[in-house]
Design a protein around this ligand. Sequence first.
Ligand SMILES: [Zn+2]
Ligand SMILES: [Zn+2]
Length: 146
Amino acid sequence: MVDTKFVKCPHCNSDVSEGRLTRHIRKVHSPLAEAKRQLEQEAILARKAKAEQMRQKVSCPTCGVLVALGQVKSHMGTVHSAPVPADLLRKMGEAPPVNRFRSASEREEYWRRLERGEDPKESNDLFDRTRVLQGGLFGLGKNRRH
Ligand SMILES: [Zn+2]
Ligand SMILES: [Zn+2]
């Protein structure tokens, strides 16, 4: 059978030999395979968006120099020997470090409120912003499971 006939797959428009079309459709276009491909596409998009975001320039809070978001970590490390500030970490879509307070006074306020029996999160919009960020662009792709 030298002269194989090719047909267009109705799903993806690629050339498939006629005899294999059914198998192709079953294998490549099963709901499971489609779902998997969809997830891969989303992951690729998320990666692209992330890369795009990492090219954004931010000014270093310490020296004011413009640094691409993706370079902030190495800039802080090599130039200032300091960790990345929490607000920049959040911009990168990363969780802030264990210490989630912007300053010592903020942390004190948190504990003062706890001692008074108030809900410390109430006054602290930091928590809300962190949540919004995690539910945003990148959290979505990561947390979705099918
Ligand atoms: Zn196909
Ligand atoms: Zn700097």
